[in-house]
Design a protein around this ligand. Structure first.
Ligand SMILES: [Zn+2]
Length: 463
């Protein structure tokens, strides 16, 4: 008994003897609502042939909270206003980045702490000048001013950036304006093109890790790294970016890192359940890498994982029946974006001569239709009608934020979702609460139900 008491008191001393906060990981799953997280967990359990969940790393953290996401201008936020709230603790209007609703600049935690001597790393799976990363360094009243956001990135002096390259590397209004890649080099940044190149440049004074392809053409816009579901060997991954950032930043002795899983949102906008789940799992892999760092520095590290908003109104359950069939999504091999590209390529190659059998073969190969997933007569008729519209040059295209969805591709993914019993209410964002998961120094502050503006204040309270 005495031994047990000693043991328990040793544990309580260990729990209360947190050291000084040195390492902060602020991880944001763009568009990652609670259902997106649960879908990834229940999908994995279904793959094991059971009902339930396979816990992700993030949901295994000991502290859980919920945050509201509305912006100053609307009940439904965009990523710029949400990013601003998460980075600065201030509500702003949709579209505004790093400024309040009166267009006055507000300071992000990254800027604030960098001034106090904290090394800063900002990374994402989308472009490094996109809204969420931008909220940690830029100040513009319109998130679409990408070139200007990029010039502000170059001026930060932050130690590390990682992701796809610049969305608009050139200034469309002024052809004499300096290219953003050149501007960053002039500002002391070294570019690493892909993971292998980065490992040789860990000694650089300031480092920007981008996809290999961005090394080839500095004029071209860079949107994002490939979806996890579409990944091919050699593609840069979010986990590789995070690994590189940790290798690069750890010798500095302390740091603030913002890590965005940016394409959960893209898959939500496309209402593409299989791709969405794979993006959440991929983001969780990056969290696992961070968690390994935490295990080695538990008394000096804080990890906070949250989302800026939910995207798509994902519902687990669809069509009135008490059935969930997420396992069907394992047969989808590519994203809706890639499927639409492949359909467009087929049409480009064959035009009106494109045969229904060729479309059949594509849907079988990429979605498992006919071979693994039964397609009833009603769904077959919908697909056939979309095919007819395609070869007649009359198909309707739906524009969503990051993806032009062809009628045929849209029908196919819609059928896939219906078979898996995943519903979507929107091709945009919703006002749903987002989860907050935390572990480490000061994690206990993140329990409860609060506003997204409070998250950054809770992190700052650890200093
Ligand atoms: Zn979005």
């Amino acid at each position: 008994m005495k031994k047990l008491i000693l043991f328990l008191s040793a544990i309580s001393i260990a729990l209360s003897s947190y050291g000084e906060l040195k390492y902060v990981f602020y991880m944001i799953g763009d568009g990652m609502g609670s259902n997106e997280v649960l879908a990834a967990e229940m999908y994995q359990a279904e793959l094991q042939g059971r009902i339930g969940r396979v816990p992700l790393t993030m949901t295994s953290f000991p502290v859980f909270g919920m945050a509201t996401t509305y912006s100053a201008s609307n009940g439904i936020t965009d990523s710029a206003a949400a990013g601003t709230a998460l980075a600065t603790g201030k509500k702003t209007n949709n579209g505004c980045l790093g400024v309040d609703k009166d267009s006055i600049s507000v300071t992000s935690i990254a800027e604030d702490w960098h001034l106090k001597g904290w090394p800063v790393a900002i990374m994402t799976s989308v472009a490094i000048d996109h809204a969420t990363p931008g909220a940690f360094y830029a100040h513009v009243d319109n998130r679409s001013r990408y070139y200007e956001i990029g010039t502000q990135l170059a001026a930060t002096g932050y130690e590390f950036f990682g992701g796809a390259g610049f969305h608009k590397p050139t200034n469309q209004k002024d052809s004499n304006a300096v290219n953003l890649y050149d501007l960053c080099e002039q500002s002391g940044y070294t570019f690493a093109h892909g993971y292998a190149d980065a490992q040789n440049k860990l000694g650089a004074e300031k480092l920007i890790l981008v996809q290999a392809e961005d090394g080839i053409d500095k004029q071209q816009p860079s949107e994002s790294i490939p979806y996890a579901i579409d990944r091919k060997g050699g593609d840069l991954t979010l986990s590789q970016i995070v690994e590189t950032a940790i290798s690069y930043m750890a010798p500095k002795g302390k740091f603030f890192m913002m890590i965005e899983g940016g394409k959960i949102d893209y898959a939500g906008h496309s209402r593409d359940a299989a791709t969405n789940i794979q993006e959440v799992l991929d983001f969780d892999q990056a969290i696992q890498i961070v968690y390994q760092f935490y295990l080695a520095h538990a008394d000096e590290t804080l990890i906070v994982v949250t989302a800026d908003h939910e995207t798509g109104g994902m519902a687990l359950g669809h069509g009135g029946k008490y059935i969930l069939n997420l396992q069907a999504l394992q047969h989808q091999q590519i994203s809706s974006w890639e499927l639409n590209t492949q359909i467009a390529d087929l049409y480009k190659q064959y035009g009106r001569r494109l045969k229904w059998e060729q479309v059949h073969a594509l849907l079988q190969e990429q979605l498992g239709f006919y071979s693994h997933i039964e397609i009833n007569a009603k769904n077959e008729a919908r697909l056939y009608s979309a095919y007819k519209h395609l070869i007649r040059g009359k198909q309707k295209t739906e524009k969503t934020l990051y993806n032009d969805i062809s009628e045929l591709g849209g029908e196919a993914i819609h059928i896939m979702n219906k078979i898996a019993r995943v519903g979507w209410t929107s091709s945009g964002h919703t006002a749903a609460n987002v989860p907050v998961f935390a572990i480490g120094v000061g994690a206990e502050r993140f329990t409860g139900w609060y506003d997204n503006t409070e998250i950054v204040e809770k992190i700052k309270a650890g200093l």
